[in-house]
Design a protein around this ligand. Sequence first.
Ligand SMILES: Nc1ncnc2c1ncn2[C@@H]1O[C@H](COP(=O)(O)OP(=O)(O)OP(=O)(O)O)[C@@H](O)[C@H]1O
Ligand SMILES: [Mg+2]
Length: 524
Amino acid sequence: MNSSSHTETPPAPAAGIAPLLGVVARVAARLAATAHPEDVLLEVLELVRAGLAAEECGVWLLSPAGLIRNWGVGDFEVPVEEVEVALDSAATAEGRAAVIERLVAADQRLGAFVVRLARRWTDDERAGARAIANVLAPVLVHAQHSHELEEEVALRTTQVSDERRFTEKIIDSLPVGLYVIDREFRIQAWNRKRETGMQGVSREEAIGRTIFEILHRQPAELLRREFEEVFRTGRIQQFQMESLATGDLRVYRITKIPMRLADGPVTHVITIGEDVTDWKEAEGRFSQAEKLAALGQLAAGVMHEINNPLATIAACAESLQLKLEDLAAQGIELKGDYHELLTIVDNEVHRCKRIVDGLLDFSRPKTVTKSLVHINQVVEKTLFLLKHHVRFKKVHVHQHLDPELATLVYASEEQLVQVLMALLLNALDALGDTGTIIIRTRPGRTATEAVICEVIDDGQGIPRGEQSKIFEPFYTTKPPGRGTGLGLSICYGIISDHGGRIEVDSIPGKGSTFRVILPGSEGV
Ligand SMILES: Nc1ncnc2c1ncn2[C@@H]1O[C@H](COP(=O)(O)OP(=O)(O)OP(=O)(O)O)[C@@H](O)[C@H]1O
Ligand SMILES: [Mg+2]
């Protein structure tokens, strides 16, 4: 049995049990070293079966359920008691056709080795069967252990990958961009949100590379400093940044969170990027609305105080004017420019009244009558009113009213006319002497933004830094006497009251677009 070629060839039955033992021993050695002992074990059984021309040759194993599994002839279960009986009788029955040897290793009962012949056993064969059982027992223990170990490893592996998938699912479901870097600035986690969008980078590409390679558009030094700050202080850092990466300007809130794998220094930094553009806008609108409400209360409080003296001044000016006319009728001409002075007083009083009236627009509660109106009709009505305005004669006003626009708005027509008028007058002021104004209507995309009306001019435009201020009450760039700075804030208040919003896009030197967005009557 020295040559390996013999090991693979089952000996002829005539050779008996002796040569078989050597083969079995060698196969058993292989068995101990393999990760799949069951296959080799089956080989051993096959060798014995062929060597002895046995009718049955198998291993019955004790299973945790207390039953026996037959290994070698296919699976079936035998109650333990039956096996115990079989073992006891086999031990005493000399020369029987079936030999059942206990498989015991280090006091551990494993089961039995069972060989059934069609003839009587020789003594040698019986001794051989016992010897095989002795070889098999420790191997089986080993096989069982490695089997259990394998199952344990497989179980743990699935558990770990399940847990991993679960955590990945969590971070992928977050509506924020998230990534994690280690001390070497290498990316260790990169979520789904960071993979999508125009600047998206796939996870495969990002993991393992340094953050500077991936976010190469951002200044590396600045990034490094931000991360080092978190590594050093162990404190959460939060800031906002603007980005044009998606095409239009978006505002992101960036949060850098320290992470420690064990007690001790920070090992990783988690970075979360959240698009807060809409939130910022909403916040801006909210504070604007608050300001307007406060102004409304103030206006309501002072209106009588100012209106009454104004009325007195106006009345006095008027009676002085009449007196002057009386004197003139009597042929008495006073020296001095009294007429002119009285006209100034009158004009200024009216200007004050306009300001007070403007302020009153903010005061609550207001009685406005709302009805179902069509924005195209509002535009036409406004243009009809402005048609005769001398300044409008010099500019081109184009109407692009969508005839298909069917959605009605539930609104105060009077107030909408007031809004469009204020926007058109501003456009006119922006144009100077000549230019073009387009007034356009079109449907929006959702029920809450169903109707859009734009006033577009090619005038001077609004500097970027000023765009956030124009809706503030009293903000004006017009010379004293020309503008009160209330027009847009009144528009803002009216449109908010209607559940809509007003936006501006402007390029200095090129022109501005004011966009009124209103909900459809069903969306209110
Ligand atoms: N179409 C526009 N083009 C350029 N700048 C504009 C435009 N519309 C408004 N603005 C700017 O916004 C400011 C505020 O406008 P708003 O209508 O509130 O007040 P105003 O026009 O100055 O005064 P008024 O109270 O008489 O309307 C203006 O002074 C102007 O600087
Ligand atoms: Mg104005």
